[in-house]
Design a protein around this ligand. Sequence first.
Ligand code: ADP
Ligand code: MG
Length: 703
Amino acid sequence: MDAAVFLDTPISRLQGISPERVQLIQKEMEVFTYGDLLQYFPFRYEDRSRIYTISELHESQAGVTLRGIISDIRVAGGGRSQRLVARFSDSSGDIELVWFQGINWISKNISAGGEYLIFGKPQQFGRKFSISHPELEKIQDGKMPASRQHPLMAVYPMTEAMRRRRMDHKAISGMVKQVLQLGERSIPEFLPPAVMQQHRLMSRAEAYRHVHVPSDLLKLEEARRRLKFEELFLLQLRIFRLRGVQQRSVQGIPFPHIGAFFNDFYAHRLPFRLTEAQKQVLREIRKDLGSGRQMNRLLQGDVGSGKTIVALMSMLMALDNDCQAALMAPTEILAYQHYESICDMLGDMNVEVRLLTGSTTKKAREEILEGLAGGRVQILIGTHALLESDVRFHRLGLVVIDEQHRFGVAQRSKLWEKGNPVPHVMVMTATPIPRTLAMTAYGDLDHSVINELPQGRKPIRTVHRYDHERAGFMQFIKEEIAKGRQVYFVFPLIEESPKLELKNLMDGHDMVSSWFPIPQYQIGIVHGRMKAAEKDAEMMRFKKGITQIMVATTVIEVGVNVPNASVMVIEDADRFGLSQLHQLRGRVGRGSEQSYCILTSKAELSANARRRLQTMCSTNDGFEIARVDMELRGPGDLEGTRQSGLLDLKLSDLIKDEPLLMQARDTAAQLMQADPDLQKPEHAALLQLLFSRQGRTVWSRVL
Ligand code: ADP
Ligand code: MG
């Protein structure tokens, strides 16, 4: 049979599977073809080589194998409680086996006096054990059944509906075995021979066999390595191909000049000396913008590393080439803050900057839209409001998106539609992304990293304090305020209930006020349910130092810049995720003063929460924190990647399999260099696979 056709065979062709079961498999397992079935991988394996005796049973065992004789088979009860019961005994005792369903079938297929291996979960009734619906295997003439030569039994992902309809691991295993028997030789290899040799990989057919029906641990490991390699290799190939296509076909707006805007700013307006990292990133951006192809760059820089000025200077390059630029931020406060600091930095330079958010008045909005369409407005800063369809530019050359993890990919592509040709895009994120994730989730973007903080910053000191230690740290905070510093108190978001959240925050406010009484202390408050204008007014009062203490929810999480604030208290810190804690902490330590972060919690902590707080206390390094975060939560859970469907990896783990990922990536890079269009005969199978259904599912993102 034609190889590709074999894997595309619908599962309904399998022997002994009812149409209902086919439907169940399609719906619950999303398995439609032989190929899909082979890719329905076990998530763990049970060692069935150990055979227990009845005297060793206890109720906590999840599943045990016993060897013994079945006898006294009889039907008990009647009507709805009818069941089939049998005695099962070995030399150490006896138990009861019970079946509530399939009574006819079972009674026909078991024989009294026969020797069996059974597998199931023991349950205790009084002093006797019983196992309901055990798996059974007949022992013929004292010989172990064939399946026992594969003691590692695959355990597959199961949904509740599958369990209800009595679909078990053995059934799946049976189908897989059938497929392998029918056409193991029809499973095509697509990895080029050179790649197989270089990494000593087993064939695809062999890998499928050993991953489903492992003969021993070593083979299983080899099979998993082969399949993971394949997964990562294909992913990397697709990324490289996508980038190749992008580079060749998406024309960028060429920015050949560095002109008056950039030069004037650089020579006369720089508020500080750029760090080496900032300079380096600007060089990379300059190179991209001059290249004639469209820039797609991810700029990563830890909290406080100074990304805003890099964004501004990049936008000035656009202006120097008669283009407009846009800067999009996830919240109004942030957009406003960017607007303010950019206007501030530009001073009396002749640049038209506008702010457009959801709360821009109708009249102002009209004026802005007109100015944009006519080309008079040069830099537009704003929120999602920039995405609305009536926002049209005269000639949009560069879009900067701040704090990317708050925006979806779809929103990113919406902005691209605003320019023709497509504008250059720079995405800035303060959530450091571990290298492996960056290479996959953002693999279609070029990367720049600001890996150094401006000079003179003192590392933030972070401590964990329990509630009962409050008197001590409140006294410390009073001393800081006496020195002229300012303080944040942040309370957790309560997602299930905005009402409860508000109450929690108000209680928090009362608690803080009881330690810091008016009029000696002024306390501000911001939360997500306030109107943007109110929020801004409160932030402004804090920024100007009218209030010394800001009580807030996580609305202040990203980007807010008040350099005089030197203490961040995060209440119930165990309820925050690591990256969020890091972002919040980043609100202090922005000036030259020593800053502090105090994480509070109740006395009892889960192991996971303890690890998060310990990590925060032991490091300020955003990359290290991101790494631990990914380890604790798993990559699929990182903000911004969950919805994208990008990391649909079936077997690989981006942290644990980093070495394999690097190998796959190098190999993919070499291959693309040698044969960019995969035209060589030894790459034909690979090319075909990249465009097949299996190929497409992993890579679902649009350009
Ligand atoms: P982030 O990367 O978190 O967006 P910002 O751009 O808000 O950081 O910068 C944080 C603070 O550091 C701002 O007050 C900014 O003016 C200041 N800053 C940025 N670059 C430098 C530098 N090279 N030297 C000194 N201060 C800088
Ligand atoms: Mg920022």
